[in-house]
Design a binder for this molecule. Structure first.
Ligand code: GLC
Length: 620
């Protein structure tokens, strides 16, 4: 066959293949590619400086008087965990900060508004008074896509109440080793559960029209294999998070072959892209030694090419620093690999200058810059940011419903459905609210901060009354039952108590700070549970944790055991189930190991012998 004919046939085949692969992401194309021509018209009017400005995301707390937003025509601003506005942490202060940033942006030469990004990963957790929902591990145990969509729809409304329009969520990690500090950010160890609920979260956040002023741009993260990293013995010189942690998984290396990566970790992105997710954030971690943020294979070929992603690829927080000690080389590598927007919170001007040099020196093709900026601009067009009537002001109606009882009611239902009844002997549960004298023990029973976990007000979260408006488990039991509820954090059980509820769990953490070698209950918590159990009354153990904990036989001393995960502000949802007002319906979305030597253990592992298997969950 003549060469020419072969070439034409091959080209035709490639086009057919491209159309076939792109077709399964048709939803995403409908959202963004239809704005390509309009976007190119605007990009063609931009100077190189304005184009690179659009690719730059700076952090609010590094921007001083905010004038750099206008001067550099920045495309985006973020508030990472705990990066509150200068004048305090209130909805009004956050809203004022957003509007001031946006005012700067629309005052630039071309007046392109910014994307303002936050980590509203379980409600608008940065802001005092927001409704804080269960973290994803709890939502995973609901197996309820409609509920997850509703939780994220309300989250979007509370985020837009402050004006912010970009949410670094959903996390669609598939955590495969519970010792990872970000396990609770994942819905499940099972990719099918993550894919279904991740897509539902995107639907809730983005809706079906990104112009909707009550919706936000979503961001599926962290691409790809963030939950697959191998546990490594901690090197003494590894910075941060205290030397007592013996193990490191976060930002580690995923040592798995490509079929495993695709089957377990790529799959949720196909569903998120089909739902039209507007951004994807590459992971800090590496895949067989190659940094995700530097991988042309993962970003350009797989994510944008094969999966047909047409939104914005945005780096993680200073993630490109880890590519090379030579910052200019790091930038070059990541841009050319397919990164479109750069989360460079502090050194945003240095980033801009170096990328400008790289383009002028021909080390980064201007076509790559134009592709990145076209992607950014067409997302902004799809969001209505470039519409004639665009207003920098947040919607006061959304502010009126911020932290509302109606929103809290949905969060309380999510808590109920997230609870997993692991053990229930002799009908210890439900409690008899009419007659029983109920004794409550454990500091965690009366601690909003422990209920919420990380990514709440502070990046790492904190114990105590971290945010107003919520209800602790103790307060909810007292409200429902009255003075037949007694409480003693240390667990001394009164003689007339007829049942004891002991609440223990993990202190809040986020990311690498949560990497932990054995996941055993603290010595103090074990002693507390044993002390209560030895008092002779039926004992109900409630666990507040970001992952399955190692009970080491403690469950045998308790008539009932309930996994409540990190339920957020609405602890009343826990009391509702303990009191029998609602049936427990949760099913484990993570395998519960018998002991630490079983880590990692996942559904489908050959001859796995867990304490409680994936899918386990009792009812009354
Ligand atoms: C963090 C996390 C990422 C988050 C980002 C912005 O380090 O890895 O999930 O969205 O920085 O806070």
């Amino acid at each position: 066959m003549p060469t020419k004919v072969i070439q034409i046939t091959a080209l035709a085949f490639m086009w057919l293949l491209l159309l076939a692969t792109a077709s399964h992401c048709v939803a995403n194309d409908d959202l963004f590619t239809k704005h390509t021509a309009a976007a190119i018209q605007l990009v063609d009017r931009m100077t190189l400086a304005e184009k690179i400005g659009q690719m730059t995301q700076a952090e609010l707390t590094s921007l001083g008087d905010l004038s750099d937003i206008r001067r550099l025509a920045l495309g985006s601003v973020l508030s990472g965990g705990g990066a509150d506005p200068d004048d305090g942490n209130s909805l009004a202060a956050w809203t004022a900060a957003y509007e001031a940033c946006q005012q700067q942006a629309v005052g630039s030469r071309l007046g392109v508004p910014i994307l303002y990004g936050v980590d509203a990963v379980h409600g608008h957790g940065n802001v005092l008074g927001a409704v804080v929902f269960p973290h994803n591990i709890g939502l995973g145990c609901t197996r309820n896509a409609e509920l997850v969509e509703e939780v994220n729809r309300i989250t979007a409304r509370e985020v837009r109440a402050s004006g912010m329009n970009f949410n670094f969520a959903p996390c669609v990690a598939v955590p495969r080793d519970d010792r990872w500090g970000r396990t609770y950010e994942g819905f499940s160890e099972h990719p099918g559960v993550v894919a279904e609920l991740g897509a539902a979260a995107v639907r809730g956040l983005q809706g079906f029209d990104l112009r909707d002023p009550a919706r936000v741009l979503g961001c599926a993260k962290h691409f790809v294999g963030d939950g697959a990293t191998a546990a490594e013995v901690r090197l003494p010189d590894w910075e941060g998070f205290g030397a007592e942690k013996r193990l490191r998984l976060d930002q580690g290396d995923a040592r798995i072959d490509e079929p495993t990566l695709r089957h377990l970790h790529v799959r949720p992105y196909v569903d998120a892209i089909n739902e039209g997710v507007g951004a994807v954030m590459p992971s800090y971690s590496t895949w067989n030694g190659v940094r995700c943020s530097a991988s042309h294979q993962l970003l350009a070929e797989l994510l944008k090419g094969e999966l047909g992603f047409t939104g914005i690829v945005i780096s993680d927080y200073n993630a490109i620093d880890q590519i090379s000690d030579d910052y200019k080389l790091a930038i070059k590598t990541s841009v050319n690999a397919g990164m479109d927007m750069f989360m460079v919170p502090q050194k945003y001007e240095r980033f801009i200058n170096l990328l400008t040099e790289l383009v002028n020196q021909g080390q980064v093709p201007v076509e790559r810059i134009n592709d990145a900026v076209t992607r950014i601009v067409r997302v902004k067009i799809a969001m209505g940011l470039l519409d004639q009537g665009f207003s920098v002001e947040a919607d006061p109606q959304l502010a009126r419903e911020f932290g509302s009882d109606a929103h809290r009611a949905v969060a309380r239902e999510a808590v109920r459905q997230s609870l997993v009844l692991l053990r229930n002997q002799d009908g210890a549960l439900p409690l008899n609210r009419q007659q029983q004298r109920i004794h409550v023990a454990g500091r965690a029973a009366d601690d909003i901060g422990v209920q919420c976990g990380g990514w709440t007000i502070e990046w790492q979260g904190a114990e105590g009354e971290v945010t107003p408006g919520g209800t602790t488990i103790l307060a909810a039991l007292r409200k429902a039952v009255g003075d037949r509820v007694t409480y003693n954090p240390a667990g001394h059980v009164p003689d007339d108590a007829e049942v004891a509820v002991v609440v223990v769990g993990e202190s809040p953490y986020a990311e690498g700070a949560g990497d932990d070698a054995d996941l055993a209950l603290s010595k103090g918590d074990r002693q507390l549970v044993q002390r209560v159990a030895e008092s002779g009354v039926p004992t109900v153990l409630v666990l507040l944790s970001g992952r399955p904990l190692i009970l080491d036989g403690l469950e045998e001393h308790c008539e009932a055991v309930v996994a409540a995960w990190l339920p957020g502000t609405e602890g009343a949802g826990v009391a509702d189930v303990l009191l029998g007002d609602y049936q427990p319906s949760g099913q484990l979305s993570f395998t519960w190991p018998r002991n630490a030597s079983q880590h990692p253990i996942n559904v489908g592992d050959a001859d796995a012998d867990p304490l409680y298997p994936f899918g386990h969950g009792l009812s009354y």
